[in-house]
Ligand binder design. Sequence first.
Ligand code: GLV
Ligand code: MN
Ligand code: MN
Length: 409
Amino acid sequence: MVGSGKRAVERCNLLGVAPFSDSPDFLYRPYLGPAHLSALDQLSAWMRDAGMTTRIDPAGNLVGRFGDGPKSLIIASHIDSVHDAGRYDGPLGIMLGIECIEALRGEALPFAIEVYAFGDEEGSRFPAPMLTSRVVCGQIDATALDVADRAGGSLASALASAGLNKDAFLDARRDPAEFIGYLEAHIEQGPVLEAEGLALGVVTAIAAQKRYEVLVEGVAGHAGTNSMSLRKDALTAAAEMVLAIEAIARSGSGDLVATVGRMSVAPGAPNVVPGKVVFTIDVRAGAEGVRDLAAEAILNAIAEISARRRVAASHNLVHDLPASPCDAALMDLLSEAVAATGQTPRRIVSGAGHDAMVFAKVTSAAMLFIRCKDGVSHNPLESVTTQDAELALDAMVQFIKNIGKRGNV
Ligand code: GLV
Ligand code: MN
Ligand code: MN
């Protein structure tokens, strides 16, 4: 069989519904849930059809291997999704990796290729994203097993219910000396390529990100009897904090962004003044300095608002990734490969986080962006054309051949 970008898109569509989603109404595929495990079965079958051997590593990553050699080129992306997700954020990179193998069957390459389907890039189940690529790259320790999901279940128990042994979790780690490099293809998740009439982009760097969890504690009380002036309402305090976060991000440089994407209110009854609120903050910028100044301003604003409103506020830094530059030599090889498809190799910064950030710390990493409709992502309206997927596949295959020719693998 030959590789097909169209089939890659179709397979993402197939995985867009139950049993590959944990919801019958929208796509939600959190790490180690039933939909994730079903998707791994299906992906393993497709990998084996493409001539790969497969294994599930101790962190629940699916690894398909093709070819021989002491070193491997890693082609990877993630199979987990956000809540009410689109179909291509993550899976398309895996499907294109499998199609690369279909396209390269019969070629003698001086290295192996391993296609990884990572389990948890989004952090939509446990608080910190890129959990499973961080294990592979040795950037996590056993304390990770104690993180809890929103239902209070630990990672250790989630692993056990998926038939994995928590004591082996850290054994998913690989020796980076075995890698010759890392390639991730991903929809752009932004509007730049479409606006410029381009199908593909070569990522130069991925923005720095931090995530916090904030706890605001006021006093719960009767909604009818607590006069407005005496209340310690955790939700109205949190609401003011959210607007302060937005104002700080708006007043910063163009690539500074801050988001409160999740909030829970307790006790959560119409006739009770909210006593407790927990919310997340995600703050990102192309440069760590910009991100960190904004994060500091945000934490100061939270402290000021909580003091003035007489509620308690505390925060927890749950995730901190520096800006991650892609490898200059691989960017050149990828640009050549994109140019060979007849496309202009537009260089572009990624505001979205990717497992490539984790790999960039231990090996040479490259990322190929694919145009998506209206720049929409983390939304069921995500859309990519089969023509663009074909171009991406051609560029990836050419890139792999270019690496093979480079001779120093
Ligand atoms: C992943 O999609 C992220 O950027 O949060
Ligand atoms: Mn995503
Ligand atoms: Mn993604």
